[in-house]
Design a protein around this ligand. Structure first.
Ligand code: HEM
Ligand code: CU
Length: 558
């Protein structure tokens, strides 16, 4: 009895001070891994940029494709997943009154499974036996240990997804009829993470016996399709994580209110249901896929643009409304009333603005004729550094300025805020230069995933040089940005003055319509999603298997 009482008061005291130490430790660990990944990954990116510009010749032991594989994996698999999980677990802990002890345990098991899997995958990369890049397309084959590592990473992700489901279900049982905005996003993200990683898990289980040599050949079309059913979903998981911060936290930072809860939920539901079915837009020029199937996937990809437009509308409506309440005037003059000097607003704002050209580039790539021009050129690399490296990662940076002090029990100081503003500007200029140069040089034909070559001084190839030089300048600025950001996180984690930092959830408008309960019917959304996924994948996959092209033995192309 005494012990229970003590626990209770300890819990209460922790509540008053914010997150419980156990929950804080989980998020802190995930964030430390995420920012360590960007530090190493950024450095590798800079090496690539320097190489592409012809400034730096990589030594033989540090081959370009090895570096590229590690860069992709660190940033795509490690940084984004670890940040997303650390962030949503802090959100769940805050809004659900702490994580359940069982869920905490799952979060740790998942953490170590992911780390273990990553170590297994990195060893063959370092040994030069797995330069297959993060997409690991057959018929390129890595050492089996690489794929076994991937299995552990996926299992770790499932652990965390189920942890989140258990915690949310438990809360809902005890709080019938109530809503929490951040856990709605968390549900959407973890549902997509689980269902989106099923196809890649199947793919990896198919590759492993082939990599060991137990089966001689592999169906390349099936494995590519399984990969992109996952890869394309991952893109929207990042996107949904970023917009969760825009909808839920940014309005609070600017002293505004949240836009319609119903609209927010419709955006999440639309992304969950429609997303996985866009995978073939990454295979527009793959042979063997019928036009009608490609057409359907492109249609679904463009349908995803609709919730994005709703988001853009909602965000700017919140900005204008808040600024006008503070006395902002004029058609656009109200923008002066927004807190531009606050990095927690500035970074996500620029991230949103970057999504306008980034999204437009995505529409270009989804269009068959235009895809022929851009496919596998540096244009694509420019596109995902704008979407992921700018829209998503810069939102993560903005979030870090309150999330890190929130979990470390410290505060954001004026100096670090200023450093953050400088970091945001450096990152913006760096990314505009780098991704601008990438887009342009891609249109001139410079291929992606290719180390420096003048192709025997071919005139076209030589004409790429000035753009590649800008790419390297942008990359250098970005590396400075990485160092500033990692320092800021380190400071907020370990050095900043102790104090209380709020978890900034904005309220809805006073006259907002109540959120209808039907939005919580996750079972129905999942059934609809599975229906659409079947419609999009069953016919082509059956076709690839029944009318299979000759299988391929493993190749080591590097
Ligand atoms: C210091 C910052 C960065 C620099 C200088 C940089 C530079 C580069 C360069 C030069 C390439 C290779 C292009 C090629 O040969 O195809 C590349 C690829 C890539 N980058 Fe970055 N990057 C940076 C940050 C990021 C960030 C923050 C992300 C995502 C969160 C990211 C994700 C990727 C991905 C997914 C690839 C493709 C890998 C592949 O094709 O297999 N990069 N980057
Ligand atoms: Cu996609």
């Amino acid at each position: 009895m005494e012990a229970i009482k003590k626990e209770y008061w300890k819990d209460k005291a922790n509540k008053a001070l914010g997150i419980s130490p156990e929950d804080a430790r989980i998020t802190k660990s995930y964030l430390i891994v995420a920012f360590a990944a960007i530090l190493v990954g950024g450095l590798l990116g800079l090496l690539q940029g320097m190489n592409r510009a012809g400034i730096l010749e990589l030594p033989v032991w540090l081959n370009y494709y090895k570096v590229l594989t590690a860069h992709g994996l660190l940033l795509v698999v490690v940084l984004s997943a670890f940040f997303t999980i650390g962030y949503f677990y802090a959100g769940l802990s805050h809004s659900l009154g702490g994580l359940l002890p069982k869920v905490r345990k799952m979060a740790w098991i998942g953490f170590w499974m992911k780390i273990f899997g990553f170590v297994l995958a990195v060893i063959p990369i370092l040994q030069g036996d797995a330069s297959v890049m993060y997409t690991f397309y057959p018929p390129m084959a890595a050492a089996p240990m690489f794929y076994i590592g991937l299995v552990f990473i996926v299992l770790g992700v499932w652990m965390l997804a189920f942890g989140a489901f258990i915690n949310v279900a438990n809360w809902r049982k005890n709080h019938k009829g109530q809503h929490i905005p951040i856990s709605f996003f968390a549900m959407g993200v973890f549902v997509l993470l689980f269902f989106g990683s099923l196809p890649v898990a199947i793919e990896v289980l198919y590759i492993i016996p082939w990599a060991f040599g137990w089966i001689e050949t592999i169906n390349v079309m099936v494995s590519r399709t399984l990969f992109w059913a996952f890869g394309h979903t991952l893109v929207n998981i990042w996107y949904m994580t970023a917009i969760s911060a825009w909808y839920v936290f940014v309005p609070k930072i600017i002293d505004g209110r949240r836009w319609s809860d119903l609209l927010t939920r419709i955006v999440v539901i639309a992304l969950v249901i429609m997303n996985i079915t866009g995978g073939f837009h990454h295979q527009i020029i793959d042979p063997g896929i019928s036009e009608s199937v490609k057409y359907m996937h492109v249609f679904m990809s463009l349908a995803i643009g609709f919730p994005s437009l709703m988001t853009a509308y909602a965000m700017f409506a919140v900005f204008e409304k808040t600024a006008r309440k503070k006395g902002g005037r004029g058609l656009v003059g109200w923008y002066k009333k927004l807190p531009w000097g606050d990095v927690r607003f500035l970074a996500p704002f620029i991230a949103m603005a970057a999504f306008i050209p980034a999204g437009a580039g995505g529409i270009v790539q989804s269009t068959n004729q235009l895809n022929q021009v851009a496919h596998n050129t540096m244009w694509v690399v420019g596109h995902f550094h704008l979407t992921l490296g700018m829209t998503v990662v810069m939102t993560f940076f903005g979030v870090s300025y309150w999330l890190v002090p929130y979990v470390s029990g410290r505060v954001l100081t004026k100096e670090i805020n200023k450093l953050g503003v400088i970091q945001t500007i450096v990152w913006t200029i760096g990314m505009v230069l780098m991704s601008g140069a990438m887009h342009w040089v891609g249109l001139l034909g410079s291929p992606r995933r290719t180390s420096y070559s003048t192709y025997f001084d071919n005139a076209t190839a030589l004409s790429w040089d000035p753009y590649l030089f800008f790419l390297a300048i942008g990359g250098t600025l970005l590396m400075i940005g990485v160092l500033l950001q990692v320092y800021a996180v380190f400071h907020m984690m370990f050095l900043a003055p102790k104090g209380e930092t709020e978890f900034p959830v904005a309220d809805v408008e006073e006259d907002a319509t109540p959120t209808p309960m039907w939005t919580e019917r996750w079972g129905l959304w999942i059934v609809l999603m599975i229906g659409l996924v079947s419609m999009a994948y069953v016919i082509p996959l059956v076709d690839f298997i029944v009318n299979a092209p000759p299988g391929s033995p493993p190749f080591k192309t590097w």
